[in-house]
Design a protein around this ligand. Structure first.
Ligand SMILES: [Zn+2]
Length: 350
């Protein structure tokens, strides 16, 4: 575990450039216990919420401990796991393989519908010969491998040395570094994806512009972020699982995302609320740890709930699916999946 305090520096609003902001809350790292207390602020000009001050580029590595969840699993094992099943690639669970359950009409389809959280879909292949897909922040390459198996020519960019090497060991074309540092053939990718990445970067506007530059005209951007504009953050406030300082630097609402995408030149913006209730479990865990009486009464349960979203059990996902689907239907999902299009040459951005 890391015990060094990351250096921090003040930051302006990445959306409008303003330095006028108000404190929303102060919190600590309940997930990986990086030392320090961190402030979430709200820009008084545009309403964007962000961490301020933020870790400096020199010390940002201290914010990602060796046991950081998304950097753990080997690409090949995640690609075949049933954790987030998708009908085309996931194995069928045992209870759908045996009688009499498998005879029930529609049960298999219902299972896949209930367990598909709409989190990181594999895009449909375009009609060109060598469809090109880029993933920013590909970690160990689990999603990239699934895309490759679906027929995409894949390229990954990952700033972490160890996860990038794991992805390369799995045979994937992955470069280590930031998007601005690696060599890519710009203007050629049919799809650029970034799953749960934008909240980690210093300047999301710049990242969106770099992704736009990588795409061919008419190419599609797909990404996901936590939803800071929904009921979860309002309900749990300081106990919201997704503040996750000092790794999360930005907390987006749909409104701010649309503004950033339009400014980066994207059109046809679609925002889907994921059917995922895992943030609620993590938030409940933090709540149990933050309130001294609850902490004493529930000894250790809070910590277990906080760790739960890293390796969720399928049965609990199925149990929570009505809640997750209901919240997504009401556009109150805790995570957003966004798609947008880089306009074809000659068409107007708008
Ligand atoms: Zn602002």
């Amino acid at each position: 575990m890391t015990s060094q305090l990351p250096q921090t520096r003040p930051s302006s609003c990445c959306v409008c450039g303003s330095d006028d902001h108000a404190l929303v809350l102060r919190t600590i790292d309940y997930l990986f216990h990086i030392p320090g207390e961190y402030s979430v602020v709200r820009c008084r000009n545009c309403g964007h919420r962000f961490l301020n001050p933020q870790p400096t580029p020199d010390s940002v590595h201290l914010c990602y401990p060796q046991n950081y969840g998304p950097h753990q699993t080997a690409a090949s094992s995640v690609a075949t796991s049933s954790e987030s099943p998708v009908e085309d690639t996931a194995p069928v669970p045992w209870y759908l393989r045996y009688l009499p359950l498998r005879r029930i009409p529609g049960l298999r389809a219902l299972y896949f519908w209930l367990t598909d959280d709409l989190g990181h879909p594999i895009p449909k292949l375009p009609e060109n010969d060598q469809p090109k897909l880029l993933e920013l922040g590909c970690s160990t390459g689990a999603w990239l491998l699934r895309a490759q198996q679906a027929g995409w020519c894949v390229t990954g960019v990952e700033p972490g040395d160890a996860p990038a090497q794991t992805a390369r060991d799995a045979g994937l074309n992955v470069q280590t570094g930031l998007l601005s540092e690696v060599e890519l053939e710009t203007g050629t990718f049919d799809v650029a994806a970034a799953w749960m990445v934008l909240e980690h970067v210093y300047d999301p506007s710049e990242t969106l512009r770099e992704l736009a530059a990588a795409l061919r005209p008419g190419g599609q951007l797909s990404f996901s972020v936590p939803n800071a504009g929904g009921i979860e953050s309002a309900l749990f406030r300081g106990s919201w699982y997704v503040w996750e300082p000092p790794r999360h630097l930005h907390f987006f609402s749909s409104r701010i995302l649309k503004r950033l995408l339009r400014e980066a030149g994207f059109t046809d913006i679609r925002i889907v609320h994921q059917r995922n209730a895992l943030n609620l479990i993590g938030s409940l865990g933090i709540l149990l740890k933050r309130i001294p009486l609850l902490k004493r009464l529930t000894a250790g349960i809070g910590e277990r709930l906080i760790r739960y979203p890293e390796s969720p059990r399928l049965w609990l996902q199925l149990l929570l699916s009505p809640l997750a689907i209901g919240l997504a239907f009401l556009r109150q999902g805790g995570r957003l999946t966004v798609t947008a299009v880089k306009p074809s040459t000659g068409s107007e951005a708008g």
